[in-house]
Design a protein around this ligand. Structure first.
Ligand SMILES: *Cc1c(COP(=O)(O)O)cnc(C)c1O
Length: 425
């Protein structure tokens, strides 16, 4: 066996890892091998500290917490938006932390989807996350159109990945809007956002991206690429906690713009409390907020994003790519002939932060992993997703995971588990 496949190699990598000190801030990472950070990131001490600080300002200041305490609530969404800026490559006034992925998509559709003349279609892909598709369909219907006439879902050649050229070919002159993921949630394929954006703009089409599976794990250049808008959640790689508030980006050239879905938090903050019945929207992305921010679901993000302020996102991407490359090498060498197929693209530029393995017994293997305190994420019918998180996953975790898989297969341990699926997987 070559040295790189040995556990000593993993130990050496961990010793040389510039991010190793951060694992201590995530105590649950030491209790099990947690590879579901692309679904829900782990609890951290920093997230708890900022949450407790906000609870304390509620206790101590009551309503004055809007303007007092370490994290005054009134502009907390804006402050968090600025912390998010380096992660997505935007200008400070282009990002706001608000809503959820789905609500933000609704807001952006309400703002940017303007079917006119022949241009009535929304172009997306057949592998999109269901919530995004539901939101898109509801806006088509709200405009009095039918899904049959106004929705294009670009087909996948293999049911797992997309061909960017096929997406570009589908950008015909009846398309008003393109909405795509940055990274496909099942296979982990990363799309070439720069090329897709340029192609859409060449054809007079607006384009927006769902960054749920890329934010916090890789750099973006939304402004430089010319992306019109984007939206994402903060409870995956950003470790903001269950249901933590999402975020959105709107390109400077679309600001100020009246939000499709307005509320009093869409207002220019200087006049919000004038209580006028004519909205003066904020001149920045803050205009796309609706009502009172969910302060307790914003609070953990303040602590969590501190870590992302300390670490360049390029350093996170570098470790993520090394971890996933190592994982795929180990799978190829140690699990050959065990029925696994890596469905994530192998080239660095074409993959996100997780590795997806297809196996006919994926559900039973996932259960066997969980019983061994390795937490994967199963996607029906036969995909196991493994997401090493650069802030808290070690190279030894990766080596141990593949070793667990080897033992589970070698001793047919997965046969002890039923193939029934749980409600939340
Ligand atoms: C996680 C995820 C969502 C979740 O949306 P919520 O509104 O936060 O429930 C949406 N889209 C994609 C692609 C996701 O990965």
């Amino acid at each position: 066996m070559s040295f790189t496949l040995s556990r000593q190699f993993a130990e050496t990598e961990d010793r040389n890892d510039p991010l190793a000190p951060y694992r201590r801030l995530f105590p649950p990472a030491a209790e099990r091998i947690y590879l579901a950070g692309n679904s829900l990131g782990l609890w951290s001490e920093r997230a708890e500290q900022s949450l407790m600080a906000v609870l304390e300002s509620w206790r101590h200041h009551g309503v004055d917490g809007w303007s007092h305490g370490p994290y005054p609530w009134f502009d907390l969404s804006e402050r968090l938006g600025r912390l998010m800026v380096p992660l997505v490559g935007a200008n400070p006034h282009e990002v706001i932390v608000t809503g959820s992925t789905t609500v933000n998509l609704h807001q952006l559709l309400a703002t940017f989807y303007r079917p006119r003349g022949r241009r009535i279609k929304i172009l997306t892909d057949s592998l999109a996350f269901p919530s995004d598709i539901y939101a898109i369909k509801s806006h088509i219907t709200l405009h009095g159109l039918t899904v049959e006439e106004a929705l294009i879902e670009v087909a996948s050649p293999d049911g797992l990945t997309l061909d960017e050229n096929a997406v570009i070919q589908a950008m015909t002159d009846d398309v008003a809007l393109v909405i795509l993921p940055s990274v496909l949630f099942v296979s982990g394929q990363r799309l070439d956002m720069a090329t897709l954006t340029a192609a859409a703009h060449d054809r007079g089409i607006l384009i927006g991206f769902d960054l749920a599976h890329s934010v916090g794990i890789m750099p973006h250049q939304l402004s430089a690429w010319g992306v019109d808008f984007a939206f994402w959640c903060t409870y995956k790689y950003l470790n903001g906690g269950p249901g933590s508030v999402g975020a959105l980006y709107v390109a400077d050239r679309h600001l100020p713009k009246t939000p499709g879905l307005a509320g009093w938090f869409s207002s220019d903050k200087a006049v919000q409390f004038d209580m006028a019945h004519t909205l003066v929207p904020s001149s920045d992305a803050g205009a796309f907020q609706i009502g009172t921010p969910h302060i307790l679901s914003l609070a953990p993000l303040m602590g969590s994003l501190e870590m992302f302020r300390e670490i360049p996102i390029e350093t996170i991407r570098d470790k993520s790519l090394r971890l996933t490359r190592y994982l795929m090498d180990l799978v190829n060498h140690r699990l050959a002939d065990r029925g696994f197929r890596i469905v994530t693209p192998l080239q660095d530029a074409r993959r996100g932060g997780h590795v997806a393995l297809a196996h006919p017994d994926a559900i039973r293997i996932s259960k066997a992993l969980k019983a061994r305190q390795v937490i994967p994420d199963y996607r029906p019918p036969r995909i196991i997703r493994l997401a090493p998180s650069p802030l808290y996953t070690t190279y030894q975790d990766v080596w141990d995971t593949v070793n667990h898989l080897w033992e589970i297969m070698e001793y047919r341990e997965y046969e002890r588990y039923s193939p029934e699926r749980e409600v939340v997987s």
